[in-house]
Write a protein that binds this ligand. Structure first.
Ligand code: PHB
Length: 396
């Protein structure tokens, strides 16, 4: 039978099935064993380049561990460097969806770029898995059935640090971050937890993303002499910040705290500038579970690199997609059934098992960590099974 004949026959059967009120047939692409098209829209240049690479590695490790296929189907990758540039985000996402016709759009790191992906995902209905960007609205006011996240909201790892500091008798804090979604939402999350526990933020300092001109701000902090400083920085910018903080003589004088992005994935490159710094995050290097140990071993063997939180989030995106595909035996056209399965997952993650909230964001433990040598060591659980409040989400 030629492809056209097969198609005609299929269309006929579909119409007949519809007329008879029967569930639709498997898609043509599925019947022909076509590869599943995966769009990877991530930063591979700029301050977040290493984060994009770690996510890609983690995702591909999950695929390799399931035999190089998902639910028996091969994958074809369409990769775009989004440069962490929000002005190019909708164009980049649109090309992957309308030109390359990806079945799943996976990305990204930067919250501003994520807002562009969310717009395209909502307009086109493409299945979207976000393996990092914390933009609160993606699983808040802009939540949608086809939008999933395997990482965190910006609020989520920042909020518990407020109580940790207040419990130590810290009352007045200065905050510092890049002036964009992830920065300001992280600060707001921290502030919410801190003020609820009796503390107050006395000054909020900002610089544009991805500037690393920290010097004037460090001078200002030195003269303000706060009890502690809470920051959001990540990637190459975080490494530079930690070195500048130490060089300015502030290390050991003023307490420095942040979300764990401050010290994740950069310990090899900052010497002892990060030693002793405490952060809150949904992952820590030394989590003592068989799952984490196997993951770390396999990742290190495969990539000759140590994994970090970004690698974990990419890996979990692979596990989530596999769970969706397994429920439909690889027929990606059965999107509703896939979504239903993805909503019910319990992901056996290197970070610890987590479930999906009604808004499609992980409900997960937030750890208190401390840098010891080249390790983000887990010191305890700062908040057990924390769910983002998902403000404005009308789903579920
Ligand atoms: C974000 O822009 O949402 C973002 C970027 C890097 C991180 C965390 C959040 O490490």
């Amino acid at each position: 039978m030629s492809t056209n004949q097969a198609y005609d026959r299929r269309e006929f059967l579909k119409a007949a099935a519809a007329a008879a009120g029967v569930a639709s047939l498997p898609s043509l692409a599925f019947a022909q064993g076509a590869k599943i098209k995966i769009g990877l829209m991530l930063p591979y240049t700029g301050t977040y380049a290493q984060l994009g690479v770690a996510i890609t590695n983690g995702f591909k490790l999950a695929v390799a561990e399931s035999g190089g296929k998902l639910s028996g189907r091969e994958l074809e990758y369409f990769t775009v460097d989004d440069e962490s540039d929000p002005s190019k985000a909708t164009d980049n996402a649109n090309k992957l969806v309308t030109r390359d016709k990806v079945d799943v759009l996976i990305g990204t790191v930067h919250s501003g770029v994520e807002m562009g992906i969310v717009k395209i995902a909502r307009e086109t209905g493409v299945l979207h898995i976000n393996p990092n960007a914390g933009a609160d609205a993606a699983t808040g006011a802009l939540c949608a059935p086809n939008i999933f996240r395997t990482s965190f909201t910006n609020w989520q790892p920042a909020y518990p640090m407020g109580k940790v500091l207040a419990d130590r008798g810290i009352k007045k804090v200065v905050t510092l971050t890049w002036n964009y979604g992830a920065g300001t939402e992280s600060i707001n999350g921290f502030k919410e937890g801190f003020t609820k526990a009796g503390g107050s933020v006395v000054k909020e300092l900002l610089l544009p993303f991805p500037s690393v001109e920290f010097q004037p701000l460090l001078t200002e902090i030195a003269s303000l002499k706060p009890q502690a400083v809470f920051v959001f920085f990540a990637g190459g910018g975080a490494a530079k910040f930690l070195k500048d903080w130490q060089a300015a003589g502030l290390k050991g004088k003023i307490g420095l705290y942040g979300t764990g992005f401050l010290t994740d994935g950069i310990l090899e490159s900052v010497g002892d500038a990060a030693e002793g710094i405490e952060t809150t995050l949904h992952y820590g290097d030394g989590i003592e579970t068989p799952k984490n140990k196997t993951f770390r071993l396999n990742y290190a063997k495969t990539y000759k690199l140590q994994p970090d939180v970004y690698a974990v989030q990419g890996y979990d995106a692979g596990l989530l997609l596999a769970a969706g595909l397994n429920a439909v035996k690889g027929d990606v056209s059965k999107k509703k059934e896939m979504i239903a399965a993805m909503e019910k997952v319990k992901i056996d993650s290197p970070r610890g098992a987590w479930t999906m909230s009604k808004a499609h964001n992980p409900i997960q433990d937030i750890y208190l960590r401390k840098v010891v040598g080249k390790e983000n060591r887990v010191m305890g659980v700062a908040h057990k099974a924390l769910a983002d409040p998902a403000r404005g989400c009308k789903m579920g």
